[in-house]
Write a protein of this length. Sequence first.
Length: 215
Amino acid sequence: MKASSFQRLQGLRMTLQESAQVVESQRERFAALAGREENGTATRAISSFNLFQTPEHIALRMAGLIAAHCGDTPRILEPSAGLGRIYKALCATIPDSRVVMVENSPDCCGELYRIAREGDRLLQRDFLELSQEEAGTFDAICMNPPFKQGLDIKHIMSARTMLSPSGILISLCYNGARQNAFLKPLCTSWEVLPPGSFRSEGTSADVALITLGHQ
């Protein structure tokens, strides 16, 4: 075998090994993203860009903060609704609320349609393309935006334009230098969550729980 052919085979083998390592490292995350049919047997594959679900206890805490501020019947926006962890927490904590979810992933939307209550809405689209004129204003916004490349900043600032004058925005964001420089001065609260808070969802990202009012 010529040296160049041998080198190509070695390179291909290394690439396959690296790919296998990536898949193995994400095994728990993929398993967490796989829903189950109602009979508890067959799984449904779920995929979405930069999807890291909100741990249930954090979602319930966020919903509780909104309930304490808004009362029993708020109109709530949830951008990047994912697979519905925050939505379920809102429904359980504030049963008389009315929620508008926004999600771009078709797979995630399929899950959200299954769990959506009568009277709530789901908009399948890129949240950053949704205007305040289209969506209206909300008493509360509860969100876990994508963190990659500062997208959390863009999503949070866009959502804030849809907040009513007396409303409250509760969000998670990456506790990074850009977020601290841009978002933190605007916040009424900024709480860095304990290390590993999202490890069960497949990421070790340093996350902050933040509160903003109307701009």
